[in-house]
Design a protein around this ligand. Structure first.
Ligand SMILES: Cc1cc2nc3c(=O)[nH]c(=O)nc-3n(C[C@H](O)[C@H](O)[C@H](O)COP(=O)(O)OP(=O)(O)OC[C@H]3O[C@@H](n4cnc5c(N)ncnc54)[C@H](O)[C@@H]3O)c2cc1C
Length: 699
């Protein structure tokens, strides 16, 4: 630490000037907090913000006042916690700045998809931080521009231009030199706050730029935080982004053997999809050429092609490889000088803007209430930075475990299964795994708390029982029935506990409307549902193949399913099931087809005689339908005295889970078939066209 020999703390005196170098989130939050707190404490402080991406107030910019030049190299995810902070500060993001309101986060590891809904009362948004990509019609509105404007409204003054040097004047106070309109201007200050981030020059390391060299001269022991390269690019949806991607963030936790990736985030914007990649292939890439190749390979990954909505043309609009903070700076303050935001630290892989706020707030509070010398900063600001460093040590373990699970096909299946089991058996508020995954994905808790929850015996128990054992059982079932999962994803099809009653009522209403007789006091009742990005007609088309010899779903070994009579999807059509042999058989007869959204089959004989199998297709939005299945029956009692004990025995041993496994596989396969057919029909070209892309420059 750059020590101070002062016995008395140096304070920010009345009328003192704080120079904030960089008007990104850290700089703007610092200014806001300092000015508001100073007012509360009846202190008079002048705050100057030096920002090179915005012209000074009143200056006409080609893109209008308040707008921002260039890019801030960020996916623009606004976490629930950051939303809380903005609300506490009384800052309401204008609608024009909000690009998307996020309803769900999907985590995908080795074709297993765990969808997490944003809980009630939590808000997640996406925004653009700057004015890129240039083709954006709404490029004059950005988060950084809004935040800086709020700081200016609070009383800060904006000095535009690039800060090229900061040195100490004769009295030890900082002297800031900026370059604006070709001239160098020096401005004295009592305190210099470095909020320049770690991407002062895109595609450059944090060490070599003039402002950082200046910081190093002021704080010779300063060591910048450890950085890791990311690749960020924008895909433009033509026309617009499909509804299936528009309000969901996707985290894909793997790439391929030739493209090793640790994390891929897909964040929706109004007309674009922002993609951030982190991993070994990004670490190793040699700048522009390498990035272009990675982008191309990424878009060709089978699981990414499946994820990106079929029929949608996505054109790369711009790309760059900025630095991400993955460590903490050493000795980031001294007498009258301190760093905030990315330049000191950030929460690992999450919530950099919130981190900027937390460091800025702690520094502002310290300089007002403790002092601006090294010792005061150590005393007031140091603990916050140490908390970040400690929490990030837990973060490293959390992400290691997360990666170990999601990058292994076996472990990702165990976790996926454990999450499904929990969803089907435990009330939402008590779901440990779901909450852990949500908190990691959204940044909605400290890593230390997440780590504790991860290693809690109850979590381990639910992974062992709800995950490992059930995976083993289901795996063996899939082996027996010859179900293969190559080339398509697993999605949860069981109805979560909290929706079960509503779904049951929904089916009861549909059944009543269609005057379908259903046995009373059901002994077996199952519901499954899956979202399919296709029209009702296309789903019906596949359902019409139920029982056909060349259908590509519901083809378990040992179970012969064939259309024995009638016309597909027409009442009277008979589907015959033979399980293991001809003697163990039953038939389904299509009783009703209602309005192209409901097909009711009745079980004619066998162990489930009188029961129903109902397919329902519900249009969710323009592009997506939910296909649900309802199965309900009472076990046959046996007609003769000698068959009754056998029926009793069968009822007790009926392996309901086999039914679940077969239908889960069939529905996921059907989804894939419908979506792929849809893709072929609607899109003559490849999933994504990789036209030459613009590298984001610094304007
Ligand atoms: C690929 C990627 C994706 C990310 N996604 C997210 C996300 O979704 N959500 C999230 O919360 N965080 C995300 N982050 C992290 C987040 O971007 C940073 O943590 C955050 O921007 C840090 O804010 P800052 O103010 O410290 O720095 P910056 O945002 O970098 O701001 C620094 C400011 O200083 C200005 N400046 C720099 N040098 C000078 C100079 N010499 N003179 C004058 N002005 C100067 C710059 O123009 C800039 O405005 C992401 C980071 C990366 C790399």
């Amino acid at each position: 630490m750059n020590g101070s020999s002062h016995q008395e703390p140096m304070t920010l005196e009345s009328g003192a000037t704080a120079a904030v170098i960089g008007g990104g989130p850290a700089g703007a939050f610092f200014a806001l907090h300092l000015l508001r707190r100073a007012r509360q404490l009846h202190r008079d402080v002048r705050v100057l913000i030096f920002e090179r991406r915005r012209a000074a107030t009143g200056t006409a910019l080609p893109c209008g006042p308040g707008s921002w030049k260039g890019c801030n190299y960020c996916a623009g995810g606004i976490s629930p916690k950051l939303n809380d902070v903005l609300a506490d500060l009384g800052l309401r993001l204008p609608e024009a700045v909000i690009q998307s309101r996020i309803h769900s986060i999907t985590i995908q590891g080795f074709w297993k998809n765990i969808e997490l809904e944003v809980p009630a009362g939590r808000d997640m948004l996406s925004v653009y931080r700057g004015s890129r990509p240039v083709r954006r019609p709404d490029r004059f509105h950005s988060f950084d521009s809004f935040l800086l404007e709020e700081a200016l409204k609070a009383g800060a003054e904006l000095l535009s231009g690039e800060v090229v040097d900061v040195r100490r004047a004769g009295d030890g106070k900082p002297l800031i030199r900026r370059r604006a309109n070709g001239a160098d201007i020096e401005t004295p200050a009592d305190l210099a706050v470095f909020a320049v981030g770690v991407n002062e020059v895109a595609n450059a390391s944090a060490s070599g730029t003039p402002v950082l060299q200046a910081l190093r001269r002021l704080l010779p022991d300063f060591v910048p935080p450890r950085l890791r390269r990311a690749l960020i690019f924008e895909l433009e949806g033509q026309p617009g982004l499909p509804a299936s991607l528009a309000d969901a963030i996707h985290f894909v936790e793997y790439g391929s053997k030739s493209l090793p990736l640790e994390m891929c985030s897909l964040v929706p914007k109004r007309d674009f999809l922002t993609v951030v990649l982190v991993g070994a292939s990004i670490d190793a890439a040699t700048r522009c050429e390498g990035n272009r190749e990675i982008l191309k390979q990424f878009l060709e990954l089978p699981h990414i092609r499946k994820l990106i909505a079929p029929g949608v043309r996505l054109t790369p609009a711009c790309a760059c490889s900025p630095n991400m903070v993955v460590g903490s700076a050493k000795n980031p303050f001294g007498d009258r000088v301190a760093a905030v935001g990315d330049l000191v630290t950030a929460r690992l892989y999450k919530d950099g803007i919130l981190s900027a706020y937390l460091t800025a707030q702690a520094l502002a509070e310290t300089v007002l209430t403790t002092g601006i010398d090294a010792r005061s900063l150590q005393e007031g600001y140091g603990p916050t930075l140490r908390r970040f460093a400690r929490d990030n040590r837990f973060a490293a373990v959390v992400f290691l475990l997360h990666r170990v699970f999601f990058s292994s096909s076996v472990l990702s299946r165990v976790l996926y299964q454990a999450a499904i089991t929990e969803r089907k058996t435990t009330p939402r508020a008590d779901r440990r795994l779901e909450q852990i995954l949500w908190r990691i994905a959204s940044g909605d808790d400290e890593y230390q708390a997440i780590f504790r929850a991860m290693v809690h015996p109850a979590t381990v128990w639910s992974i062992l029982t709800g995950g490992m054992l059930i995976t083993l059982r289901n795996y063996l079932t899939e082996l027996v029935f010859g179900l293969r999962w190559e080339g398509f994803g697993r999605f949860t099809t069981g109805v979560p506990l909290e929706r079960l009653e509503a779904k049951r009522r929904e089916f009861a209403r549909l059944i009543a409307d269609a005057s379908v007789a259903v046995p009373e006091k059901l002994e077996f009742e199952r519901m499954y549902t899956i979202q399919i990005r296709a029209s009702r007609e296309r789903i019906l088309e596949q359902l019409g193949r139920f029982g056909e010899a060349d259908r590509r779903y519901l083809r378990p070994r040992w179970v012969q399913i064939r259309r024995a009579a009638g016309v597909p999807l027409t009442p009277g059509c008979v589907i015959r099931y033979e399980v293991f042999c001809r003697h163990f058989a039953f038939s389904l007869i299509l009783e009703q087809v209602v309005g192209g959204h409901l097909a009711v089959y009745r079980v004619q004989n066998g162990f489930a005689e009188g029961g129903v199998l109902i397919f329902e297709i519900e249009q969710r939005n323009e592009e997506t339908c939910a296909l649900s299945i309802y199965v309900a029956f009472n076990f046959a009692r046996g007609r003769r005295w000698w068959t009754r004990p056998f029926c009793q025995f069968f009822r007790r041993l009926f392996p309901a889970f086999v039914h679940d496994v077969l239908w889960n596989h069939s529905l996921c396969r059907l989804k894939d078939l419908v979506e792929t057919d849809h893709e072929k029909a609607d899109r003559p070209s490849a999933a994504c066209c990789t036209e030459p892309i613009a590298s984001t420059a610094n304007d």
